[in-house]
Design a protein around this ligand. Structure first.
Ligand code: ACO
Length: 367
């Protein structure tokens, strides 16, 4: 029997995260995600994912130092960014720049130092490109700020407020890792050939780019914009469902109840922004869509996924929509690299089979 899209197929054992789709729970190495977002920083949770335990003060300080040391783009990468066509989309830019990082130091087996470096580079690539396209001077990475603060600092040229940092850091922590999703699977498949870590994350970035995976937040913004313009959530959503279109930011392969990341983001958004036009609009769209999805797709259990409230949170901290999927990429780099390390520790090459449904072999007739 064929399982299209490998639905329900278990392809690996992992100790990195556990998703309970029926209960709507997400666990990183034994800790429930809600507990982590309220108590720990990006750096601490990245450490947890890479090293399997939360850091002591000394270990945390060492990781922070490593992340800061690796923030600066190498000259060849800056040159590449300067020469890429202006119309190239940001995800393709990140994929190209990161793939240029490969050199002989990235051989088999992958290491945590490589994971730290790649994670450090991505925010700088994004900010460099964004400011370059806007004709603004490049802001070199700070040697003091945290990973998330520095990202916003490089984008905007000023140190972000506590609320902005907290909103983005919550989103980033919630999206660092998510089991065997499409991009993580890509990364593991590439790593399983004993290819290097740069090649594996380059595969993952290409997979992340698609609208059914990391590209969804921009679709959510389009939906929110459409509803705002039309002045009615019901008419816009009903029309889409009548046409058989999917609503971006709803549904999930694994969660058949609320996505815990969407729940946590929604709570954080309400706490941080209080009264907010985008939050009100998002709440209205969510309520209307969930009701209409029950009518048009009965029995499918479709609720908001992480991308829905991610779009709202990024809109409220005024992050340009072109940065949504790239920011998701910057975050997921931690999960990808943790999986690549785990794959390398107990490697078997991925090699599924296919069923041939083409023409059967005919002997050519004699001339
Ligand atoms: N809007 C309308 N209908 C939907 C939606 C949606 N967002 N999602 C699923 N459905 C319907 C499907 O049309 C299908 O209906 P059918 O049985 O009548 O054919 C049924 O629900 C089952 O959907 P599948 O597509 O089979 O579910 P699957 O698990 O394969 O897909 C996916 C999950 C890709 C996320 C899907 O829900 C979707 O496309 N959502 C919109 C895009 C999106 O928000 N992506 C972000 C996901 S989160 C992330 O990647 C981090």
């Amino acid at each position: 029997m064929i399982q299209k899209g490998l639905k329900g197929i278990v392809a690996a054992e992992t100790e990195i995260s556990h998703i309970d789709g029926a209960e709507g729970k997400l666990i990183y190495r034994g800790y429930e995600i809600g507990e982590l977002t309220s108590a720990y920083s990006f750096e601490e949770i990245a450490y947890l994912l890479w090293y399997s335990e939360l850091p002591e003060q000394k270990e945390l300080a060492a990781l922070k130092k490593e992340l800061i040391k690796n923030r600066t783009l190498p000259v060849h990468m800056k040159n590449i960014l300067e020469h890429l066509p202006k119309e190239m989309d940001l995800m393709s830019v990140i994929r190209t720049a990161i793939s240029s990082e490969g050199n002989e130091s990235y051989g088999w087996k992958p290491t945590i130092s490589q994971a730290i470096r790649l994670t450090s580079l991505v925010p700088t690539i994004i900010a460099y490109r964004k400011r370059q396209l806007e004709g603004k001077s490049i802001v070199e990475p700070s040697k003091e700020l945290s990973h998330v603060e520095n990202y916003l600092y490089m984008l905007n040229g000023e140190t972000p407020s506590k609320a902005q940092t907290l909103a983005l850091e919550t989103y980033i922590i919630l999206t660092l890792e998510h089991g065997m999703n499409a991009s993580t699977f890509s990364a593991r498949v590439t790593a399983s050939t004993e290819s290097d870590m740069v090649s594996a994350v380059t595969s993952a970035i290409g997979t992340m780019k698609g609208p059914l995976h990391g590209g969804a937040p921009s679709g959510v913004i389009d939906l929110l914009d459409e509803v705002r313009e039309a002045g009615s959530a019901e008419s816009v959503i009903r029309e889409k469902l009548e046409k058989g279109e999917k609503l971006m930011g709803f549904g999930h392969r694994v969660y058949k109840t609320h996505d815990p990341r969407a729940v946590a983001l929604k709570a954080k958004l309400s706490e941080l922004v209080g009264e907010d036009e985008w939050l009100d609009l998002a709440l209205e769209v969510e309520t209307t869509a969930v009701d209409l999805l029950k009518e048009y797709k009965p029995g499918r259990s479709l609720y908001t996924n992480v991308e829905f409230y991610a779009a709202a949170i990024m809109k409220s901290i005024q992050l340009d929509p072109s940065l949504f999927t790239p920011t998701f990429t910057a975050s997921r780099m931690v999960g990808w690299t943790a999986h690549i390390l785990e794959q390398a520790d107990d490697n078997t090459i991925y090699r599924p089979q296919s069923v041939y449904t083409g023409k059967l072999y005919d002997k050519p007739s004699m001339i």
